[in-house]
Design a protein around this ligand. Structure first.
Ligand code: C2G
Length: 130
């Protein structure tokens, strides 16, 4: 059984998120997703997500391609998470290109192209301007 793992905030879940989960699942048999915690987002983006981590875990965990979700509490713990979930492949969007190459010692690392023209930030801007 080939285990694929990916990580993300998945705030205000949109089609770009669904696309990457579907493409990640297609690379193996089982898809595990680390959903970044509210505290981690506050640290790295200086703002809280719109949807709480409980809501984001429920949304991502109930998407068809996803077999298991867990809370990602630290960006630096990737190697430990890969080991804990026995991952064969790490998938990240290509906004992270090159950033996880050091993990090639643990598993395959695949960067997938982002879905163009959609992001949580652009959704927030559109809604704000309505
Ligand atoms: N994504 C995508 N296309 C978009 C928007 C996002 O393919 N138009 C992908 C991103 O590349 C990422 C995933 O969807 O792989 C989740 O995106 P974010 O929620 O923005 O994830 P991020 O905040 O970058 O968190 O440990 C790493 C972090 O947790 C990644």
């Amino acid at each position: 059984e080939r285990v694929v793992i990916t990580f993300g905030t998945f705030d205000v879940f949109h089609i770009g998120h669904l696309n990457i989960l579907q493409r990640a699942k297609a690379l193996g048999d089982r898809l595990v997703v680390g959903v970044s915690s509210d505290a981690l987002n506050l640290r790295k983006k200086q703002r809280a997500p719109i949807y709480s981590q409980t809501e984001r875990l429920a949304i991502v965990g109930n998407m068809k391609p996803v077999d298991e979700v867990f809370l990602e509490e630290s960006l630096e713990a990737k190697a430990a998470y890969l080991q804990q979930y026995q991952a064969h492949v790490l998938v990240m969007g290509d906004d992270w290109l090159g950033r996880f190459d050091h993990l090639r010692a643990c598993c395959e690392v695949v960067y997938l192209p982002r879905t163009p023209s959609i992001s949580t930030t652009s959704i927030i801007e559109v809604v704000r301007s309505v």
